[in-house]
Design a protein around this ligand. Structure first.
Ligand SMILES: Cc1cc2nc3c(=O)[nH]c(=O)nc-3n(C[C@H](O)[C@H](O)[C@H](O)COP(=O)(O)OP(=O)(O)OC[C@H]3O[C@@H](n4cnc5c(N)ncnc54)[C@H](O)[C@@H]3O)c2cc1C
Ligand code: FES
Length: 275
């Protein structure tokens, strides 16, 4: 895992573009030179979605792509904060704090095969990862899974990078009708494989189970509601298999969001598929 307490910035970033790319899914392009210079795949930023005091809390968003001077954010409208983001026109400025957290390890030579498994908007952190891996000659395979065809994002991007892409939908409206974990099992990962998963918790757990059953290494990028994004409020803790200072908890904002799956106590989460 990379990143951690390095340089970070609080910047007023100009919105260069903000487009709806699928129903309720948007891509915002920001001019953010300082943040872009430090950001690593899998790290995130905290965005102030409204220059007034409401909503008060910044919203966490990972970096979809990282360029020299710019970053893109791929986001789904969930509630008030993201609805305000969707209403932000190009030219407006938005306060962004970052880069934050521990991202993906893109330099680890320990694995011959790399498989990205994205569920829904969880795909948002993977274009930057795929680009970083590809830049050092490692072409990841990619599974993109979602409930329905219109929620399959970034397929063309991964194909243009040269990745083998497998698409699956819950309702069979695009690709095969299957869950991400079943596609992963069919691809036969082994002990020489690293699996990267991000999506709904149930999807990450089942993907992680499939990876571990096959003897593969697996890292997950977790989501949690965040207040401070800085390790102070404990609003983002999740149950862990490791105990530190008498607590078996990790903070998603500073200990993650990317974790080796063996550090997460999946059994402590009451997870079920909700169609
Ligand atoms: C490290 C990290 C990176 C993220 N990256 C992205 C990204 O790249 N693209 C993207 O679309 N989203 C991302 N998210 C999730 C995003 O932060 C939330 O969707 C957003 O904060 C919702 O804000 P809102 O004001 O629109 O919704 P709210 O009004 O705050 O909430 C609307 C509903 O969504 C639920 N909710 C809110 N936040 C979360 C959360 N973090 N996890 C689960 N449920 C939540 C609430 O309980 C509520 O039911 C990320 C989250 C984390 C922790
Ligand atoms: S959001 Fe405050 S500790 Fe993680």
């Amino acid at each position: 895992m990379t990143g951690g307490p390095g340089a970070r910035f609080l910047s007023d970033c100009e919105v260069l573009a903000n487009d709806e790319v699928a129903p309720e899914q948007w891509r915002m392009r920001l001019r953010a030179p300082s943040i872009a210079a430090e950001a690593k795949p899998g790290q995130f930023c905290m965005m102030l979605t409204n220059p007034t005091q409401y909503p008060f809390l910044r919203r966490p968003m990972c970096f979809e792509q990282i360029f020299d001077q710019e970053v893109t954010i791929l986001y789904k409208v969930e509630g008030e904060g993201t609805a305000l983001m969707a209403g932000t026109p190009p030219g407006q400025r938005i306060q962004v704090q970052g880069p934050l957290g521990i991202g993906f390890d893109t330099d680890d030579d320990a694995f011959a095969r790399h498989i990205i498994v994205a569920g829904g908007i969880g795909v948002a952190s993977f274009p930057s990862l795929a680009k970083a891996l590809t830049a050092r000659g490692v072409i990841p395979e990619v599974i993109i899974a979602a409930r329905h065809a219109h929620l399959i994002l970034c397929e063309d991007f991964f194909r243009e990078l040269g990745c083998e892409v497998h698409v699956a939908t819950d309702d069979g409206s695009l690709g095969e009708q299957a869950f991400a974990c079943d596609v992963l099992t069919r691809l036969k990962p082994d002990s020489d494989t690293r699996v990267y998963a991000c999506g709904p918790m149930i999807m990450m757990k089942t993907t992680s189970d499939a990876a571990i059953a096959a003897g593969a290494n697996c890292v997950v990028s977790l989501e949690a509601q965040m207040a401070c994004g800085d390790g102070a409020c404990l609003g983002c803790v999740v149950e862990s298999t490791e105990e530190a200072e008498g607590e078996a908890m990790v903070r998603v904002c500073v200990d993650g969001p990317v974790f080796d799956t063996t550090r997460i106590d999946w059994a402590a989460h009451n997870l079920a598929y909700a169609p």
